[in-house]
Design a protein around this ligand. Structure first.
Ligand code: IDP
Length: 151
């Protein structure tokens, strides 16, 4: 069972896409461990995108991701990292296959709707950057099969 950090970017929130995007991951069979609508601080944005510091698009990226609320989520599931990236499609929406989120809903490389962790290490770092431990359900066996419900 793997955990991943998914984040609907300000374009997705502004376009009122939260419901239909969350639906895709629920339909796939992943389980939501926590979620919140929040605005990334400059510091959180810099930590989140540290690997891109110095690249030509970095300033634009930080400006965009802090420009409005994001919907931050933690999901668990079998191969949740790779599967969610497949569901998201390629970074450049013009290259993303139809049926993927970016393929279906975006055309601009910057305004590409969603972020998803690319490794377990990134997921841990990105989750810790945006959530307090107490805001998340514990990961583990499928929540529906736990004897005492959600906890
Ligand atoms: P990913 O989001 O698919 O993992 P990354 O290469 O990690 O892609 O890039 C992070 C984000 O930076 C992308 O989602 C995209 O919004 C933005 N980005 C990447 N390359 C460019 C670019 O060439 N121009 C503008 N924005 C870019």
């Amino acid at each position: 069972m793997e955990k991943t950090f998914l984040m609907l970017k300000p374009d997705a929130v502004q376009r009122k896409m939260i419901g239909r995007l969350v639906q895709r991951f629920e339909d796939k069979g992943f389980e939501l461990l926590g979620a919140k609508l929040t605005r990334m601080t400059m510091k959180q944005a810099e930590i989140h995108y540290a690997e891109h510091a110095g690249k030509p698009f970095y300033g634009e990226l930080i400006d965009f991701i802090t420009s409005g609320p994001v919907f931050a989520m933690v999901w668990q599931g079998e191969q949740a990292i790779a599967m969610s990236r497949t569901m998201m499609g390629k970074t450049n929406p013009l290259e993303a296959a139809p049926g993927t989120i970016r393929g279906d809903y975006a055309t601009d490389k910057g305004l590409n709707v969603i972020h998803g962790s690319d490794s377990p290490e990134s997921a841990e770092r990105e989750i810790a950057n945006m959530f307090e431990p107490g805001e998340l359900l514990p990961s583990g066996p499928p929540i529906a099969s736990r004897s005492n419900g959600l906890h």
